[in-house]
Write a protein that binds this ligand. Sequence first.
Ligand code: IPM
Ligand code: MG
Length: 356
Amino acid sequence: MRRYSVALIKGDGIGPEIIDEAVKVLDAVSVQENFEITYREALLGGAAIEMTGDPIPEETVEIATSCDAVLFGAIGGPKWDDLPREKRPETGLLKLRKALGVFANLRPTIVYDELINASPLKPQVIKGTDLIVVRELIGGIYFGEPRGYDGERAYNTMVYTREEVERIARTAFQIAMKRRKRVTSVDKANVLEVSQLWRERVTAVAQEYPEVHLDHLYIDNAAMQLIRDPKQFDVVLTGNIFGDILSDEASMISGSIGLLPSASLGEKHGLYEPIHGSAPDIAGQGIANPIAAIASAAMMLRYQFGEEGGAERIERAIRRVLKEGYRTRDIASFDAKEVVTTSEMGSLIAQYASEL
Ligand code: IPM
Ligand code: MG
């Protein structure tokens, strides 16, 4: 029997509801595929602040670094918005990413044909889109020093080293080799020195992958191209803050931010989380879409454990519920056969993942 340990960090808002559904699906799949997952729960964000006063208690880092993978829901909420930055829930998440060394954040945008009408964009623009944003996650302006705020003046530093750029570039090229062999690197090299280095190092790494076609776009143009013609993209390689922005933008191509999973990978660890936030406005009502969390669990099976069969079961089950017309409220349109709750959606996917 193959055994894996997973740190479960449910977090705040809708986090607990959606992670419970992901666990339900993982349990169903593990029975079919003959592996076993043991879970250890840990606190992060607002939930951790309430219990310990610290958005990332030491025990959480210990649990996250000693398990084989981390499955994470979402953090944050209005209750903690006025805290100083060091004490905010978001700081907990950034410190967790850093502690795990997960420098490569993979955010695929999937357009499910069944949901083509859920996107605010025209079907003919988005149909067939299949792209992945590869976002550098533990450097750039999010972490650069010096940083400060004195009430009069505030500053942050956008910094990348040659090594940091080269390692994320390699990840992007390796992913491109398994896809359509196209990398678009996004920067602001017409203005920023940090982007000049970025462009030079990405271009240098490209030499190692002669089969991959590389082009460069400025971030402003990339933001526009993504809406104008998303099908032109395969792998979008970019830094921390540009990737944060572009991946939210890309999610609208798929129709709902509640659909998209992510994987954050490093040398040793992997952190899997939906790209959406904690949605405090709909928390506890049973209407959140668990698909992003469930699809993140599928990415965990694939990238962390090499359980391709299990990952495919989950992905096929998601397609099947959508094909059959089951919708959570965020993706319900005129073609919904039945609007279901968070937990009904999870149960359907678990059931289909067992049958396939
Ligand atoms: C994301 C989120 C986080 C980020 C926040 C919550 C710190 O927006 O994962 O995209 O900016 O990385
Ligand atoms: Mg974001």
